[in-house]
Structure formats: structure tokens, C-alpha cells
Design a protein around this ligand. Sequence first.
Ligand code: PMP
Length: 365
Amino acid sequence: MNSVRPSAPPLAGLTPYDPKYLPADALLSANENPQDVEQELRQEIMHEIKQVRLNRYPDPLANDLRDMIAEANGLDRDQVLVGNGGDELLFNLALAWGGPGRTFLNLPPTFSVYEANACLTNTSVVNVPRLPDFRIDEEAVLARLSQGDIDYLIITSPNNPTGELASEEFICRVLETSDALVMVDEAYFEFSRLTMRPYLAQHKNLVILRTFSKAFSLAGVRMGYLLGDAEVLREFVKVRQPYSVDAVSQAIARVVYANRAQFEPGILKIIEERARVLERLTRIPQVKPFPSDANYVLFRTENASQIWDMLYSRGVLVRDFSHAPYLENCLRVSIGTAEENDLFLHTLRDAIMGKCDVRLPSARQ
Ligand code: PMP
């Protein structure tokens, strides 16, 4: 047969997620840690990997790793769940709390994967857009929640791609006034230092998402985790792929987590560089950066998509959000090494001052 019946209806309006990851001298588009895992730790990782039985299935729930994360957070093993990157856990959320007849409250502009997961699972999406400065419209969210039909919401803190924290007081009000499942996505928490973890004991409807991809330099490994109530996490276990977290990734993550203190100087450096990049951006004419508590900065500039082309033609890859809803003329730069940040700042200044030729017609074609 040289034809095939259509795929499932929810796929009709969807385009596959495209991180627009292209080769470049300065990779500043994906909020990764610019420093790879150090050599000494890599040796330890190699040693651990050598012990892994490749012919055997992995521990489905990665209990050794769960125990380490639980202990560090003052929790029990069953209050921790690991996934194949935070992305898998976000998909599991939509499977477990969404579905036909169920409703997700979204706070755009935010991480686009949330809405895509809702669409895939036939979950209705209610959008409560952020204010013009990207703060959450708190009263509108609380008013919408009071209608009682929201099954889950995700509060991203710091928010991606805009960079600001959600207020702790507001999250507490949400947790108190609604029985919806509230995921607080803390993928970038190591750069903000603020977490809702202390509230887990009081609120069964709170789950926290974290990742090894950013602060711990393991974007290539795919490891994320949830902190939450044991009964809530049991619902996630029901929908997850049993062996989604492979044995090699478990071994790598155990070594990195046991040595996480070693990442602290790198994290502090990123926080320091973030302040420098923000300050320098405010000095470039026609550039409006938004404050950030994460490892990236969103900024608005006229003709953002041409500016993106100019940056890329000079080897600097940033993320173009200029055509995304609510993010007109916005670009997002991840904080890299001091040299990469300098290259970005110089090139951006040149592009804005008209000193930059675009050598490629459009690198994105
Ligand atoms: N949440 C947010 C807000 C993110 O930006 C990302 C990564 N882009 C994730 C979750 C998922 O990260 P990962 O799958 O790499 O753990």
C-alpha cells in the first residue's frame, strides 16, 4: 500500500518541536551550561559506567539515585521520581492530569512544550497571558482558578524564556485556593536559589520539577526529577515508560549528584556573568533586556529577526522568539563563558549600529 490513513486527530495542527540548534562558535541558544563536566569527574563516571551490566534492564525507578536526591532534600524515596529529562516528566504530567474533558491553565509566554503536551493529550488549554512586563497576572489566575474546572497548571520559576521568578506568596495562594495539581517548574532554580520545596509538606497539590541539564552540565544525558507527595507521584509512575531512564544515565547522574558541590563555582560564575551581560545590554541603544534570575536573558530590539541573522553570520547562535506569541522582537541569549558573552555583546552592538554585514541570506533557511 502506498498510502496510509491519517495519524491521530490531535496531531493535525501540531508542528514537531524544533530547538533550532545550529552549529556556531558561541552556542547561546539552549540554556546549557557552557562548561562540560570536568576531567576528574569524567574519570569517575567512566569507572562507574564500566560496572554497568549492559545486558540487563536498568532499575526502572533508579532507586539509588532517588535515595540520594531524597536525602539531599529531606524527603523519602517515594517523594522523588526521576525521568528522561524534565521533558518526559512534563509529558507524564499531561498524561496523568490532562486528557479529554480535562483542562490545563497556561501562563504564556512560557515554555512551549507545556501547551504542546496538552494538545497531544487532547487536554483543553486555558491561557491567562502575562502582563506586558511578563509578570504573572496574579489576580486573573486566581479568578480563573476559582471557577473550579482547572485540573493542572504549571508555574515556571524562573520563567523560560522571560527570566523572572514567580512570587512565593502568589504560589502559596494558588496552592491554598485550588485543588488543581500545581507544578512549579524549577528547571533553573540553581541560578535563582529560590524554591518551593519547604511547602511540600503542607500542600499535597504541589510538585516541583528539576533537571540535571542546566546547572549540572548534563543536557546530553537526559535526567530530570520531581519532588512531590508520594500518592501524587504514584500517578506519574502509572503513565511513565518503565525503562525510560537507562542504566548508563543513572550511573552518570549518581556520580554528578554526589559531587554536585563541584558545580557551585561554575554556577556562581554564570550568575556573575548574567549581571554583567544584563548591565552591558542596557547600554546598547534600542535594546531592552528583561531582568533574569536564570542562566539566560531575554531582550527586545527592533528588527530582531535580522539581528538574529547578523549574529548568526558572525558565529553567535541565540534563540529567536520574535515570531512567537507575546514575544514580538524578542531574542534570548544564554549565559556562556566570559569570552562567548563578550563575542555576543560586541557582535550585537555592531549589528545594531549597522556595522555588520549579513554574509548568509538567512542562516535559518
Ligand atoms: N522546563 C523548562 C522551563 C525548560 O526550559 C526545560 C529545558 N529547556 C525543561 C523544563 C526540560 O529540560 P530537560 O528535559 O533538559 O530536563
